[in-house]
Design a protein around this ligand. Structure first.
Ligand SMILES: *Cc1c(COP(=O)(O)O)cnc(C)c1O
Length: 350
């Protein structure tokens, strides 16, 4: 029985071509700015995202944190989606390390309208309210199920924030999934953002690494802050080489992951499970167990035993599958059979 690991797209292993690129990369001391491969990656990525500059960092969590530290002073407010990664899955770093007031906005599919920002933002100084100084948009949106910000809405957000003179940080950890799903270049999607985080260790298939791109003026303190956080590296070109390889070879193929997720969603929907294929826009499939009388932990245990592990969704009754380049080609029908069998078994045992 082959393992089809659907827990997350962070479970990918570097491909032979990527390992080859890593093995032959030119290297130097990244902290001193001497790693040529890191510098090439930073220039290339800034160009690709339509931004002035980019800084290579170990993780997208650090990229998000540096974005806050560059743009938010202690006690100032950051508006973003209430279930956003930066708000719920970064161990409170925004509060603990950037002293930011994180105010979550509602939005069913991971996005919120510009008008909601206009309603909430405290722009002028007040003796009471924290001053709003940054808006975060996450695209694709993780906890909503890999959902893509509708472009019209994102442009509306950029426009509103422009009028309010609020910078927008785009958590684009899966920005390239959004680009492939919409057919719109990443640089165009990210064009209105002041800073953009991207992650190389998700669907792009790298063993680590992320970057923060943005305005040179805003990111002027970024390298110093990265040093402060312990994010400076040495011969980081081994990781940057993987990232450069991924930018060349692993973006277009994200469409395969999206097709696989769509196929899986359809099979599960036809099998009578609460999966909505219309909400599967990229590489995530959410399945709601509510009303089926199965504990989520029991369902996850059965799926793992069947060699098709899923992970927990953000909501308590929801489980999540994520397709990626480690999902064996043509494995989806086999996976769907095993998933349906495992979940029915779990139901019978309760
Ligand atoms: C994974 C993820 C991050 C953090 O990325 P790491 O590189 O694992 O730190 C940030 N934002 C979103 C939306 C993510 O999915």
């Amino acid at each position: 029985m082959t393992l089809i690991d659907l827990r997350s797209d962070v479970k990918t292993l570097p491909s032979p071509g990527m390992l080859q690129a890593m093995a032959t990369a030119r290297l130097g001391d990244e902290q001193a700015g001497e790693d040529p491969t890191v510098r090439e990656l930073e220039d290339e990525l800034a160009g690709l995202l339509g931004q002035e500059t980019a800084v290579f960092v170990p993780s997208a969590t650090m990229a998000n944190l540096i974005a806050l530290l560059c743009q938010v002073r202690p006690g100032e407010e950051v508006l973003g989606h209430e279930h956003g990664h930066l708000f719920r899955y970064e161990a409170g770093g925004g509060a603990a390390l950037a002293s930011a007031v994180l105010t979550g906005l509602a939005g069913e599919d991971g996005w919120f309208p510009g008008s909601l920002v206009r309603e909430h933002a405290q722009i002028t100084d007040s003796t009471h309210q924290p001053r709003t100084s940054l808006v975060v948009a996450e695209n694709t949106h993780n906890t909503a199920g890999g959902r893509v910000w509708p472009l019209r809405q994102l442009d509306e957000l950029y426009r509103t924030c422009g009028e309010l003179r609020l910078p927008v940080h785009l958590d684009g950890s899966r920005l390239f999934n959004a680009a492939v799903a919409t057919g719109v270049p990443a640089g165009q999607i990210a064009g209105g953002a002041t800073t953009v985080a991207v992650c190389f260790s998700k669907g792009l298939g790298c063993p680590g690494g992320a970057a923060l791109a943005g305005s040179a003026q805003v990111l002027a303190p970024a390298r110093r802050i990265k040093q402060m956080l312990g994010g400076s590296m040495r011969q980081a070109g081994v990781l940057a080489a993987a990232a450069r390889y991924a930018l060349r070879h692993n973006i277009d193929r994200l469409a395969d992951d999206h097709r696989a997720a769509q196929a899986l969603a359809r099979r599960l929907h036809e099998g009578g499970f609460a999966v909505d294929p219309a909400r599967v826009e990229t590489n995530f499939v959410l399945l709601d167990l509510a009303g089926r009388g199965i504990e989520r932990s029991a369902a996850l245990a059965r799926l793992a035993e069947a060699g098709v592990p899923w992970s927990s969704g953000h909501r308590r009754t929801v489980i999540r599958a994520v397709t990626h380049l480690g999902t064996p080609a043509g494995a989806i029908d086999d996976a769907a059979d095993r998933i349906i069998h495992a979940l029915r078994q779990a139901e019978q045992r309760t």
